[in-house]
Design a protein. Structure first.
Length: 96
């Protein structure tokens, strides 16, 4: 299986929390979400192949840095958004 070439826009810089939320939601919906403290180059798919191309890895590193530069308020950081918003939203859907 080749690296994921999903539709998440990894090229566009993230400058606002709203853009960050859209970016993280897109990663989540495309099955590309990973722990942001891990190097995207180390993320593999179920077959042991890299999930991202070399170009995407560079873009993701830049986007992750931008995500951590944002004010996430009560969520503290983008990982707080992933846990409190994305995962809890999915948990609610799974229970309904």
């Amino acid at each position: 299986m080749a690296a994921n070439t999903g539709r998440t826009d990894m090229k566009t810089p993230i400058t606002t929390r709203a853009e960050g939320e859209v970016f993280l939601q897109s990663l989540h919906e495309s099955g590309q979400l990973f722990h942001l403290e891990d190097d995207p180059a180390s993320i593999i798919d179920g077959d042991g192949n890299p999930l991202f191309t070399e170009i995407q890895v560079g873009q993701l590193r830049a986007r992750i840095e931008e995500l951590y530069d944002l004010d996430w308020g009560e969520l503290i950081c983008p990982i707080g958004y992933i846990v409190q918003v994305l995962w809890s939203r999915n948990d609610k859907v799974a229970r309904s």
